[in-house]
Write a protein that binds this ligand. Structure first.
Ligand code: LLP
Length: 424
């Protein structure tokens, strides 16, 4: 039987009715490592990166992987070895970059609430840029840099007031968002920055949201950002690099985001047409580099048919896969070995004591107790958002590269969970 690929999941395929990621049979990993288990394809990550690299061919660009999407050291290593920089949002992420062999000089520090300790740590490490989000943050950063005998390289995150047409919790570029400096205050903020002795203005950035599946919001945001660059430079402050943030969506449920290479060819044509084609560029993709590279494997614990609903209770839960509960997000759920048993419509739910602990509603699945399922598109914002709720240990993680499968995170034990607690 020839391999049967799943739509939007080029590294995942059924061979003789068994699900493989690259050259690894996923049920073999379950036998060895148990469930729930996250498994990532290195090939899928590098293929996603290659789409961006094709789009930017011949340009001066720094791709900074937004590691909040998946900050496991082994994943950071894949991108560091491929030449990526990183977009970080905390001191902890800075430490992860350094530990995984990433370069501070290719790292940018984003986020609306950086603490003084985090800024000091990042200055000391030599980050390439602070993406500053308010005038108050500028003042603090300037003082800190001066006290260390340095000037902090700064880009101001501007809020272009563009609707990314995505879930409200992951929209960040609208007027009422806590992120970025409001459009009408941007020129003043740059003028203020240019006067601060501890600040060196190096760029401008914007990020309008996540899981963006249309190209228009990007085109609008880029056009608005270029208008701002013209206004800032006319006011006497020069800007070197342009950073367009992240946000490109992936295919979860027949979503059709523009491919990264085609989108960027279009955006670069816009830059060229407006005379900005030779500026150094930066981007901060997260989800689109890792989201469809990962699956979460889980076992069916019990089937609980009911009058109104049939429940398929699995051993992965909202602490492992928080996106459905938080954003009503859809993840495909497929069997590792498709069965022929009576099929039914199931609400796939976890063991956590919350009605919000669901992974999929009304799914047509042929399942029985003990079957193994894969929750797809689980490479981004799953393990990095996982918690210990209900004192559940976080899952193990495996990185697959061809026929090789490496454990990049061991399953968390109860000792890992309680070791920082003290009895009275
Ligand atoms: N840059 C900045 C400043 C960001 O805030 C983010 C994501 C990114 C880059 C990367 O965006 P991406 O390419 O991954 O869309 N937990 C949510 C997503 C939150 C995104 C937060 N910021 C989810 O699971 O959908």
């Amino acid at each position: 039987m020839s391999p049967q690929n799943l739509p939007g999941q080029p590294h995942l395929a059924y061979r003789n009715n068994e699900l493989f990621l690259e050259e690894i049979r996923l049920s073999d990993l379950v036998r060895e490592h148990g469930t729930p288990l996250f498994v990532y394809s290195k090939g899928a990550m590098l293929a996603a990166l290659a789409a961006y690299q094709r789009g930017f061919a011949g340009r001066n660009v720094q791709i900074c992987y937004a590691m909040k999407a998946n900050s496991t050291l082994g994943v950071i290593q894949v991108f560091a070895q491929a030449g990526c920089g990183f977009d970080i949002v905390s001191g902890g992420e800075m430490d992860r970059v350094v530990t995984a062999g990433g370069k501070a000089a290719k790292t940018i520090f984003s986020g609306v609430g950086k603490t003084s300790a985090e800024m000091r740590r990042a200055l000391h490490a030599g980050v390439s840029c602070f993406n500053v989000e308010s005038e108050a943050e500028l003042e603090v950063l300037s003082e800190l840099a001066l006290s260390m005998g340095m000037r902090a390289p700064v880009s101001i995150r501007v809020n272009p007031n563009v609707d990314p047409k995505t879930h409200p919790y992951i929209s960040t570029g609208l007027k009422d968002s806590k992120f970025g400096v409001a459009h009408q205050r941007v020129v003043q903020t740059y003028q203020r920055a240019a006067k601060l002795a501890g600040i060196q203005v190096v760029g401008i950035d914007c990020h309008i949201g996540s899981q963006i599946t249309q190209e228009e919001p990007y085109l609008d945001a880029v056009a608005r950002m270029l208008d701002l660059v013209q206004a800032i430079e006319a006011a006497g402050v020069s800007i070197r690099h342009l950073d367009f943030g992240g946000g490109l969506g992936i295919n979860y449920n027949d979503d059709r985001p523009p491919p990264a290479d085609l989108l960027w060819k279009k955006l670069l044509a816009l830059l060229d047409a407006r005379g900005f084609g030779d500026r150094p560029l930066m981007i901060e993709p997260g989800r689109s580099l890792v989201g469809n590279a990962g699956v979460c494997l889980t076992e069916v614990l019990y089937l609980k048919p009911g009058e109104q609903k049939n429940f398929c209770i699995i051993d992965a839960a909202m602490n492992d896969l928080p996106r459905p509960a938080m954003y009503q997000a859809f993840h495909q759920i497929v069997p590792l070995t498709p069965g022929v048993e009576a099929s039914g419509t199931w609400d796939v739910v976890g063991p956590v004591c919350e009605s919000g602990d669901w992974i999929g509603h009304d799914r047509t699945l042929a399942v029985k107790q003990g079957d193994l399922l894969a929750v797809l598109s689980a490479g981004a914002y799953c393990m990095s958002m996982a918690s210990n709720y209900n004192s559940r240990g976080r899952a193990a993680e495996i990185l697959v590269d061809g026929t090789q499968a490496d454990v990049i995170r061991q399953r968390e034990t109860i000792m890992d969970q309680i070791s920082k607690e003290n009895l009275l």
